[in-house]
Every structure is written in structure tokens, then in C-alpha cells.
Design a protein around this ligand. Structure first.
Ligand code: ZN
Length: 190
């Protein structure tokens, strides 16, 4: 079913966003964030969607939906085809743009994120940026068990490299990223 753009703010738009949220909540139900506090993974998806929604006066319904669904293919085995059938080709295409190829080794995937950042569409770049902000925030608030300061710094540095590869970073989100990135300099080794 082809998803025609709906009037933002209409009941249909809210319903579509909530349907994406419910689908993501179900698919990620058993997954927790890597941080010591063991937050539900779903919190990350809501945070990314909120960052997207707050970054602009105009609501991009499909992009908010894609934010909620952005890790379903990578982490839960949902296929892009299923996303397309349920939520339309625009949403599925956005998720595809931010999905890593899990058959590759982790270091290769991280390297490809840096090298491919400039090829992403403007909207996918927004999604990338919001994702990285959320990931940095969670490392600051509740880092994975056993991560040294150096490991955290390395992660921050990698995220910065991905973000500096973006050719059309959203201004609001880029400012938030820079603010979050800067916080690493205040962290002390434990
Ligand atoms: Zn994510």
C-alpha cells in the first residue's frame, strides 16, 4: 500500500506514528540498552523520535516513524519488506539508509558508517545525527559496564567522525550533538 503524505497533525498521522511505536515496542520488548542501568531499548527509540520531532517546526511524519523503527531491521530480524508493507516505502527506505550490514565485522561496519555518511539523503542524515546524540547521552548517563574512560572517548571520537562526514547536518541537531560531544571532556576516569 502506497503511503501518501498525510496532513501533519491529523489523527491519521498520529495513528501512524503510534502504530510504528507499538510495532517497535513489541519487536524490541526483550532488548535492553547496554548501559549499567539496563534501560529498555525502546527508550532510545523514543528519544531519537523526540529529537527528530523537536528539530523542526514542520512535522515529518515518515521520519518520526523511521526514527522509532530505525533499529528493527538491525536488531530484531524484521525485514525491510515487512516495514514497507506495514509503513510504506518512504519509511522503509529511510530505515534502509541507516541500517548496517550485520554480516560484516563490527569494525568494518563502524568504518563504513564514517565513509558512507556523505551518501545519505538529508533526512537520513538527520536520523543519523539524532541516533548519535542519543547514544552519546546514554554513554554519559549510564555507560556499558566495564567501559574505561578511554573506551568512552574512542566511541565519542568515532561518532564525531561519522557526524563530520554528513554533508547536510540539521542545524538544531548538530548544535545538540556538539554540546553532548563536549561533555566527554568533563568525564573523569573511574
Ligand atoms: Zn539507534
Amino acid at each position: 500500500m502506497a503511503a501518501t503524505p498525510k496532513q501533519p497533525g491529523s489523527a491519521a498521522s498520529v495513528q501512524r506514528i503510534l502504530a510504528a511505536a507499538r510495532f517497535a515496542a513489541e519487536k524490541h520488548a526483550q532488548q535492553k540498552r547496554k548501559g549499567a542501568s539496563g534501560e529498555p531499548y525502546f527508550n532510545h527509540l523514543v528519544e531519537v523520535a523526540e529529537l527528530i520531532a523537536a528539530s523542526s517546526e514542520e512535522l515529518d511524519v515518515e521520519l518520526v516513524m523511521a526514527a522509532l523503527l530505525h533499529d528493527t531491521v538491525e536488531d530484531t530480524g524484521v525485514t525491510l519488506q515487512e516495514l514497507e508493507e506495514r509503513f510504506g516505502p518512504d519509511v522503509a527506505g529511510l530505515v534502509a539508509e541507516v541500517t548496517d550490514d550485520k554480516s560484516l565485522p563490527k569494525e568494518t561496519r563502524k568504518d563504513l558508517q564514517v565513509r558512507n555518511a556523505h551518501k545519505k539523503s538529508e533526512r537520513a542524515q538527520k536520523l543519523k545525527l539524532a541516533d548519535k546524540i542519543s547514544n552519546l547521552r546514554s554513554i554519559l548517563a549510564s555507560p556499558p559496564v566495564g567501559w574505561s574512560l578511554e573506551r568512552k572517548q574512542q566511541y565519542f571520537e568515532w561518532a564525531r567522525q561519522v557526524v563530520s562526514g554528513l554533508t547536510a547536518p540539521d542545524r538544531v541537531l548538530k548544535a545538540e550533538f556538539d554540546k553532548t560531544y563536549e561533555m566527554i571532556s568533563h568525564l573523569k576516569a573511574d
